[in-house]
Design a protein around this ligand. Sequence first.
Ligand SMILES: CC(C)(COP(=O)(O)OP(=O)(O)OC[C@H]1O[C@@H](n2cnc3c(N)ncnc32)[C@H](O)[C@@H]1OP(=O)(O)O)[C@@H](O)C(=O)NCCC(=O)NCCS
Length: 156
Amino acid sequence: MDSSTRRIWESILSQSDGDVGFRVVHQAPTAAELLALRESVGWLTYPVDLAQAAFDSSLFSVSLTVNDEVVGCARVIGDAYYRYVQDVIVAPAWQGKGGGSLMMEHVHRWLLEKSAERYRGLICPPQSVEFYEKFDFQRDGVAMTLRTDSLPSGEK
Ligand SMILES: CC(C)(COP(=O)(O)OP(=O)(O)OC[C@H]1O[C@@H](n2cnc3c(N)ncnc32)[C@H](O)[C@@H]1OP(=O)(O)O)[C@@H](O)C(=O)NCCC(=O)NCCS
C-alpha cells in the first residue's frame, strides 16, 4: 500500500462520533480512495491505473462522504443494454449507519430513470441479498466467474 492509500485508509477507519452527516456526491472516488475502500472490507485490490480506468469507464458513480472525506462508493458499469451495480462499499467504521442505503437510493433512482427497459443486475455474497432486496433486486440465477487457474484440460 502506498503512503497516500494508507493515509486515506487510516482516515476512513477512524470512528464516527455518532452525528454522521453523510453526503452522496455523483462523482467517482479517486483510484487511491477506491483501493483503500476495497482493502478496508478485505476485497482484493488491483493496480492504481486499473482502478482509475475502471471508474473512468463507469456509466454512473457515487461517493459517500463525511466532512468531504470519502467513506464509501458505488458504481454502475455496462453497455447500451446491460447495467451492473459494482463496488458497493462502506468503510467498516461507517457501516450500519444508513450510508449504504443512501448510496443505493441514488443508484436505484439512476437505474430507474436512465436505464428503463435495460437489464439491471449485480453479483453479491449471500449476506448482502437482503440489503439489495430493499432496492427491488431479486434473486435470479447463479453468479459464475471465469478463473484463469481452471482452463479446460489440455489447454495451457
Ligand atoms: C453492504 C454495505 C454496503 C451496506 O452498507 P451500510 O452502510 O452498512 O448499510 P445500511 O446502514 O444502509 O444498512 C441498510 C440495511 O441493510 C442491512 N444490511 C446491511 N448490510 C448487510 C449485510 N451484509 N447483511 C444483511 N443485512 C445488511 C442493514 O441491517 C440495514 O437494515 P435496516 O434498514 O433494516 O436497518 C456494507 O455493509 C459493506 O460495505 N459491506 C462490505 C462490502 C460488501 O459486501 N458490499 C456489497 C456486496 S456487493
